[in-house]
Ligand binder design. Structure first.
Ligand SMILES: [Zn+2]
Length: 58
């Protein structure tokens, strides 16, 4: 799976490994998956792209 993660509080792209650190600080992290990486007929990739974050601060 190939995607980028973006912290809306830091306003910068972050590494997947850094997500927990940012969320621990109360930051909002969004996942962005590039559509051109999603091949038609690959439901697993499409499903993963829709789900950005599990858990969080709510
Ligand atoms: Zn952050």
């Amino acid at each position: 799976m190939n995607g980028t993660w973006y912290c809306t509080d830091c306003e910068q792209r972050i590494e997947k490994e850094d997500i927990d650190d940012h969320e621990a600080d109360g930051h909002h992290v969004k996942g962005r998956f590039q559509p051109d990486r999603l091949l038609p007929g690959d439901p697993e990739m499409v499903g993963a792209g829709m789900d950005t974050a599990d858990g969080g601060d709510r």
